[in-house]
Design a binder for this molecule. Structure first.
Ligand code: LLP
Length: 421
């Protein structure tokens, strides 16, 4: 059964009508399907069964405690990119060996926290970071398990420029041509052990080509790094598996992906690390929002809903497409802009879109909102952040309550302490 589908005229999440949840919890609310995440975890692990691997779910896509706990119970580790994500992962029950730390600008504090937690791998993105990590590990009297994130120099067709990461000149990783030199330096350092090479070719990758090209380069480098004396244990190929946001998008070729990476991994005799985020969370979640008003202006139809760019930034930030349906489709359609309440012209969920001809009070479902939705939300316009709900069969639970006005102000000091100098 599809996790989100119309049954008896009402859009359901697993066994529950979306309207039931919206009436109880209010809107805007993110709703996630437990079964969708389980199913996707099974699909991916099945595709990788021919090589030793560990999934390290990329928490940045959705760090909700219930979701990461579910993935942990399924056997996943996590990929974290900040001290905050590390803290969340530890709170959710992950142990050091379950955690890979990445990120282009880790602070000394974050590196120290990761070493204290005994993480499995720290992927460094520059020479300077490598030397800092060595110094910190030395202070703590430990040896840091380190990977080099290499910029694979792969150009992705059709990607929004903000989610392309692996082309030469992007801020991420160590330039491919420089990687062997840095690897030799890593091998010579006393407090780091070079155990992995890492890449992330991009996100929402429509074909396997970027993986094939990036992997070929990484394999080549792995052989040279081995010859230089590193005992590689892991090859980390990042995330990037796509989801279907709209008609025409393709499901990832998981069988092809599995075959491609298994071959490489078996040849090298290492463990594969994959860091998918969107693949698990993307279409496993929707955003429920209610229609506030309809209006016509400048010859255009507007549907004004109670979720805005502060709740789901992807449409305005990346021009991203999210399918939008009435929770109870009437069959009547209209061409309209679906916009939020935020005081910005760029606050929209869809522009010039053929949508259900909804009326004020109707519930609307924004699909594909599970990844890079809640985590990218903000309090702009002093809007409390939405609630998050998990559904499992015929049951649901609020897993993050809606913010209150008090929450909005809880960090402000009523009586700030003024100091000289
Ligand atoms: N590993 C690394 C090193 C990454 O940089 C990323 C994502 C991932 C894994 C997970 O990628 P995924 O499997 O989710 O594609 N906010 C953007 C996406 C930014 C992705 C950044 N890096 C969006 O909403 O499309």
């Amino acid at each position: 059964m599809a996790p989100f589908g119309v049954r008896n005229g009402d859009l359901h999440c697993e066994g529950l009508p979306a309207e039931t949840i919206a009436l109880a919890v209010g809107t805007p609310t993110f709703v996630y399907s437990t079964e969708a995440i389980r199913d996707r975890y099974r699909q991916l692990t099945d595709a990788l069964k021919d090589c030793p691997f560990r999934v390290h779910y990329s928490m940045k896509a959705n760090g909700n405690r219930a979701i990461v706990t579910l993935l942990r119970e399924l056997g996943s580790g996590v990929d974290v990119v900040s001290g905050g994500e590390l803290a969340r992962a530890l709170r959710a029950g992950f142990r050091g060996p379950d955690i890979v730390l990445g990120g282009v600008g880790k602070t000394a504090v974050e590196l120290r926290e990761a070493l204290r937690a005994g993480v499995k791998l720290i992927n460094v993105e520059s020479r300077a970071e490598l030397f800092l990590l060595d110094a910190i590990a030395g202070e703590l009297g430990v040896v840091a398990p380190v990977g080099l994130r290499v910029n694979p120099d792969v150009v992705i067709a059709n990607a929004h420029e903000y989610i392309a990461t692996g082309a030469r000149g992007h801020k991420f990783g160590i330039e491919h041509g420089e990687a062997l030199v840095v690897a030799r330096e890593a091998i010579a350092l006393r407090h780091v052990q070079l155990v992995a090479l890492d890449m992330h070719v991009g996100s929402q990758l429509a074909t396997l080509d970027p993986y094939r090209d990036g992997l070929a380069r990484l394999m080549d480098l792995a052989r040279q790094v081995r010859a230089a004396g590193a005992g590689l244990k892991y090859l980390d190929i990042g995330g990037g598996l796509p989801v279907v946001y709209q008609d025409g998008d393709q499901e990832p070729d998981l069988a092809g992906y599995g075959a491609l990476v298994s071959r490489a991994i078996r040849e090298l005799g290492v463990e594969l690390i994959v860091e998918p985020g969107r693949f698990f969370a993307g279409v496993s979640g929707v955003l429920l929002t209610r229609v506030l008003y309809r209006k016509e202006s400048g010859g255009k139809q507007y549907v004004i809903v109670d979720a805005g760019m502060n709740d789901l930034l992807r449409p305005s930030h990346y021009d991203a497409y999210h399918r939008i349906d009435a929770a109870r489709p009437s069959g009547k359609r209209v061409r309209a802009d679906v916009v939020g309440p935020v005081c910005e012209t760029g606050d929209f969920l869809a522009l010039d879109r053929d949508v259900d001809d909804v009326a004020p009070g109707d519930l609307v479902v924004v699909h594909g909102a599970g990844a890079y939705g809640y985590v990218m939300s903000s309090n702009y316009n002093a809007r409390p952040r939405a609630a998050e709900v998990m559904v499992d069969g015929n049951q649901y639970a609020v897993v993050t309550r809606r913010e209150s006005y008090d929450d909005l102000m809880r960090l402000e000091l009523e009586d700030p302490h003024w100091r000289d100098a």
